[in-house]
Write a protein that binds this ligand. Structure first.
Ligand code: NAP
Length: 556
């Protein structure tokens, strides 16, 4: 298919670009999707809202931003040369280095030619007559594509809270997920941070080191494990590189969350108190997300979970000197791990600094923002700058911003009004040839995102190759297969403790959003096997139609 077609029929012939595939987003998913599709010989256009590649790492430039999965694992595995040659400087690379890596990948694989930056996809409308999508982008242009792949990211639609008076605040306001490109210096300033999720937990220690005073406004205390970040030695890098085949295999096939670690062989209550404490101590010393892999039942058994939660609460009490502050920082309203566990560098110890204070919003909620202060029910806190670490409209937010119109004029937003419905997280019935990377219904945010991204992109590329080789024009999830999958995702979630938390996994952070557990919790290995089996059975649960069939169906 050529890239440019003259479409006539109006008084003036309009130039409309046409591609085999439009990919939305040039983060890690969009970049790899482009790479794979190009190798199939397809014409591809990637539209990216930002001014550069990197997705989440392009936008999240807040102080202290770094990955919470070790960089030697949070990196592409599709090119052995790339993984052997790229030198990660630290165990958890800072945002700037991850962005540099994304740019390196874009250059190395010559991706930029097919990416258009600073462009928003506004609308995508399926035309059943041609089995193609008409994609309207910012600036008023329309592109036609046979396939559309949403690589829009799960945490890219920043949520600005609806707090009275916020727009009248006269100081600086920043959202962690939309941080300015220039360096922000808080030296000498009184700063307020609203929120205590991962973004706040990473930024609070760094802001505290600069600011005259930092006030942290906490609604929900969070569990956090020390990152134990450190420079990587060349010996450590070499050891991982040598073992990459096995590390990547275990991450893909065996570890539920796509992270290589020594996998647990027993439940927490099978060990006695001393052995269990020793195990948690060892994981705490080691640091990182794999704390939750100490035992195999921490997210399914409340009593087991309590032992890990108690351990972390005791650690908080040990670290934080003021007992009242320590108590406020100890989470009590959700099982450990049921909200994305945070990892930090000196977060709890930061509350020992004389220039840092904690406000508990559960007992003293924010009433309004004044021009120079945050006013709670009890008190006014003067601030020069406000940092909103208030999260994202996760998983569905960036998809919902695009007006996606499928068969018979049905919009995806209307279809998902009660919660997202997908088959395997990859497609939604009624929206042919539209794929979603790491969408709701897939492990995505419960996993090392790059492992899940590579799996989805490979599956989608293989699927498109399959269709082209057999002359299929359109592919669509069957409604029955989708209903069964949605029920399965839900059922598996409810065998765990996850739904007990008011988390963004449940959509609970967005007022009015349906409360449905969105990601698939069955684990990346099990999920991969299901997707592979579906493909091996000729894409079971999907309908594929040849050109003539679909035209006949559209006409009837
Ligand atoms: P988040 O986990 O959703 O946390 C948002 C915080 O803001 C919560 O503490 C929330 O309180 C609070 N909040 C929201 N609205 C509020 C309001 N109106 N008043 C007071 N407090 C309010 O968002 P996040 O920290 O940006 O993290 C989101 C996800 O991004 C993480 O879970 C993680 O998956 C990813 N992330 C990863 C990294 C990394 O790789 N290192 C770093 C940052 C983020 P409630 O809990 O009470 O709602």
């Amino acid at each position: 298919m050529s890239n440019m077609q003259a479409v006539s029929g109006t008084s003036e012939a309009t130039d409309v670009e046409a591609y085999d595939v439009v990919v939305v987003g040039a983060g890690f998913a969009g970049m790899y999707m482009l790479h794979r599709l190009r190798r199939l010989g397809l014409s591809v256009r990637v539209y990216e809202q930002g001014g550069g590649v990197g997705g989440t790492w392009y936008w999240n430039r807040y102080p202290g931003a770094r990955c919470d999965v070790e960089s030697m694992q949070y990196s592409y595995s599709f090119s052995d040369e790339l993984q052997q040659e790229w030198d990660w400087s630290e165990r958890y690379a800072p945002q700037a280095e991850i962005l540099k890596y994304a740019n390196h990948v874009a250059d190395r694989f010559n991706l930029r030619d097919d990416i258009q930056f600073n462009v928003r996809v506004e609308q995508a409308v399926f035309d059943a007559g041609t089995n193609a999508w008409q994609v309207a982008i910012s600036g008023g242009k329309t592109t036609i594509a046979k396939y559309i792949v949403l690589a829009t990211g799960c945490l890219s639609n920043a949520r600005v809270p609806d707090i009275k008076g916020l727009s009248d605040f006269k100081g600086e306001v920043y959202h962690t997920g939309h941080w300015p490109h220039e360096k922000i210096d808080f030296t000498g300033k009184r700063v307020g941070v609203i929120g205590t999720g991962s973004s706040a937990i990473q930024s609070v220690p760094v802001i505290a080191a600069q600011a005259r005073h930092l006030t942290v406004f906490q609604r929900t205390a969070n569990f956090s494990i020390p990152a134990r970040n450190a420079a990587l030695t060349s010996e450590e890098r070499a050891a991982i590189r040598t073992n990459y085949p096995e590390i990547r295999r275990v991450a893909r096939e065996e570890a539920r969350n796509g992270i290589y670690t020594d996998l647990p062989d027993r439940g927490a209550l099978e060990d006695g108190d001393n052995a269990r404490r020793a195990k948690y101590e060892e994981r705490w010393r080691r640091g990182g997300l794999t704390f939750m892999s100490a035992y195999n039942n921490l997210v399914v058994d409340q009593a087991a979970n309590d032992t890990a939660a108690d351990f972390v609460r005791a650690k908080i009490a040990e670290i934080v000197k003021d007992p009242h502050t320590a108590k406020l920082l100890q989470p009590h309203n959700h099982p450990i791990g049921s909200k994305r566990i945070c990892i930090d560098t000196d977060y709890f110890a930061t509350f020992n600094r004389p220039n840092v204070s904690l406000v508990d919003l559960t007992s003293d909620p924010i009433e309004e923002i004044l021009p120079h202060a945050v006013r709670t029910v009890a008190k006014e806190y003067e601030v020069d700058a406000l940092v909103l670490a208030t999260g994202f409209d996760a998983m569905t937010g960036s998809v919902a911003k695009i007006d996606i119109v499928g068969r018979h004029g049905q919009t995806l937003n209307r279809k998902w009004a009660e919660g997202p419905k997908t088959y395997l997280g990859l497609m939604s019935a009624g929206f042919p040839n539209l794929f979603i990377v790491t969408g709701p219904g897939s492990p995505s945010v419960l996993s090392n995102m790059i492992v899940s991204i590579e799996q989805h992109v490979d599956w989608i590329a293989d699927c498109i190759a399959h269709m082209r080789a057999r002359g299929f024009e359109a592919m669509e999830a069957n409604k029955e297969a989708e209903d069964k999958w949605v029920a399965h995702v839900n059922e598996v979630a409810h065998t765990t403790l996850y739904p007990q938390a008011n988390s963004w996994y449940m959509g609970a952070n967005i007022p009015g959003k349906p409360q449905v557990f969105m990601p698939y919790i069955g684990g990346v290995g099990a999920y991969r096997r299901i997707c592979d089996e579906v493909a091996a059975k000729g894409y079971e649960g999907f309908a594929m139609t040849a050109a003539e069939q679909s035209r006949a169906a559209a006409a009837s």
